[in-house]
Design a protein around this ligand. Structure first.
Ligand SMILES: Nc1ncnc2c1ncn2[C@@H]1O[C@H](COP(=O)(O)OP(=O)(O)OP(=O)(O)O)[C@@H](O)[C@H]1O
Length: 460
């Protein structure tokens, strides 16, 4: 039912008349003689009228760049009751345009992730927002590594989404639990989102961008209202085992940075900068054989494909309905199944993956797309210590993409054989054995919530 009532007036707690106005896009709250407060209707969590002629409105508003919960209450006369009721129904409809209200979540919390504040973040920030939006949830607080895996691989597939308060390590565990689930295909269709409470929060940054990706309010709002979107995952085979990777596989310097800085978790993602400086000082190379099934390697061509696909995805946003998995991998893919090449030399590191940013300071894969059916691979040659340091400038915006020492590929698959017997190999930030492995992309296997694209935009 369409409601065309744009404005109503109510009395606030101080008995002042407040005019509330909404369109399909914005809500404004106007107190006489003051500047109107305006927000997007997307930030409205709930609005309802009660029998005692009270209108209650909950929304997220920006305070110090963060989205925080605000509640508004106003009373109205009996004569106004029908109008106010119709107005609030219209606003609620606009607020949940394209998504279903009252989602039911499984919330998973790693109390020891990152700075160790996930439990209190949930109690103080997330839970009140869920309450205001009438979202319901079951809760799993992990007691040990692997606990989430045990729970999720046998869980009933009844949730609208899994909301994970952790860093990227627990997200890795969730996707691997889906792979081990009896009904694996259906499990992978359950959207997974991250509330950024770890030291590396690459998944949330990918979904919401560098600003909102680290904001608990924005990530919670995305869980409540984000549209269903598909994402590619990687399947890695190593030592007879299969592992799902959603973010990255790194060997050499980048893995050293990640794994050797783990004891600095309390620093949050500053640990990656500290790790980078330590690795740059050592400036080691890594001897390996890298075989890549290359689909594209011209940086300008990859950039224009990225721009074209990103803007198409933004304009043709999916609705809150699980789409069937029939979309072709990409036009690039359809025509070109890739050609194997071999890189047989010492490199500083190899980093492959699907998300644009490995941390807020490093956009490693600026032209990554969430469902192009391709893995982005950087085979980085060694450079001078000074060059490593100057490369920090603009790394968060993907500037090192243009460095000649950064060999960038879009690939269907790759194989990597380390020559040494000992070293660091990290998958989604987790340590794996330093032994040969191969990786292929699984097109649109995973699901998440968002607006159809990875958000950090590469603006060269
Ligand atoms: N209660 C727990 N005790 C110890 N380890 C846990 C617990 N719960 C989860 N873990 C494990 O901790 C690891 C890191 O988790 P998480 O990603 O949340 O933290 P993080 O500090 O951000 O780390 P990273 O950035 O490396 O992912 C995961 O492998 C996860 O399985």
């Amino acid at each position: 039912m369409e409601h065309n009532i744009e404005s109503v007036s109510v009395l606030n707690d101080s008995k002042k008349t407040i005019t509330l106005t909404h369109s399909k896009a914005t809500l404004s709250i106007q107190e006489p003689g003051k500047r109107a407060i305006q927000c997007s209707v997307k930030h409205v969590l709930w609005v309802e009228v009660e029998e005692d002629k009270t209108l209650r409105l909950s929304l997220l508003h920006r305070r110090k760049k963060r989205l925080v919960l605000g509640n508004f209450r106003g009373t109205y006369s009996t004569e106004e009751a029908e109008r106010v009721k119709a107005w609030s129904e219209g606003l609620l409809q606009a607020a949940y345009e394209g998504s279903r209200p009252k989602r039911n979540f499984l919330v998973i919390i790693n109390p020891f992730g990152g700075p160790g504040k996930a439990l209190s973040v949930f109690e103080k920030l997330v839970k009140p927002i869920f309450g205001a939006a009438h979202s319901t949830f079951d809760l799993l607080v992990t007691e040990r590594r692997g606990h989430c895996m045990e729970y999720v691989k046998t869980m009933e597939l009844k949730y609208d989404a899994l909301v994970v308060l952790s860093g990227d390590g627990l997200i890795h565990e969730v996707f691997n639990a889906f792979a081990a689930h009896d009904n694996s295909k259906e499990a992978f269709s359950v959207p997974v989102v991250q509330i950024p409470t770890g030291s590396g929060n690459g998944f949330s940054i990918a979904l919401l961008g560098l600003k909102d990706g680290l904001d608990v309010g924005a990530a919670t709002l995305n869980a409540i209202k984000g549209a269903h979107m598909k994402l590619d995952l990687c399947r890695m085979k190593q030592d007879g085992k299969e592992i799902v990777s959603f973010m990255s596989q790194t060997i050499g310097m980048m893995a050293d940075i990640d794994l050797k800085s783990e004891r600095l978790r309390w620093m949050g993602d500053t640990r990656f900068v500290v790790g980078y400086l330590a690795a740059a000082a050592v400036n080691r190379t890594c001897d390996m054989k890298l075989e890549i099934k290359v689909v594209a390697r011209d940086k300008h061509a990859m950039l224009s494909t990225y721009r074209e696909k990103r803007s198409k995805s933004l304009t043709g946003q999916s609705s809150d309905v699980s789409s069937s998995d029939t979309t072709p991998a990409s036009s690039q893919d359809k025509d070109d199944d890739g050609e194997w090449i071999v890189i047989d030399k010492k490199l500083a590191y190899v980093c492959a993956g699907k998300l644009p940013c490995l941390s807020r300071d490093l956009m490693q894969f600026p032209v990554a797309l969430c469902d192009d059916g391709l893995i982005d691979i950087v085979a980085q040659e060694r450079v001078s210590r000074l060059k490593w340091l100057t490369s920090l400038d603009g790394a968060e915006k993907g500037k090192p993409y243009w460095e000649p020492s950064s060999n960038y590929f879009k690939a269907k698959a790759y194989r990597l054989t380390p020559v040494a017997t000992d070293g660091c190999f990290s998958v989604d930030g987790e340590r794996y054995p330093y032994s040969p492995f191969e990786v292929e992309v699984m097109h649109r296997l995973g699901s998440t919530l968002g607006d159809g694209v990875w958000h950090p935009e590469f603006i060269p």
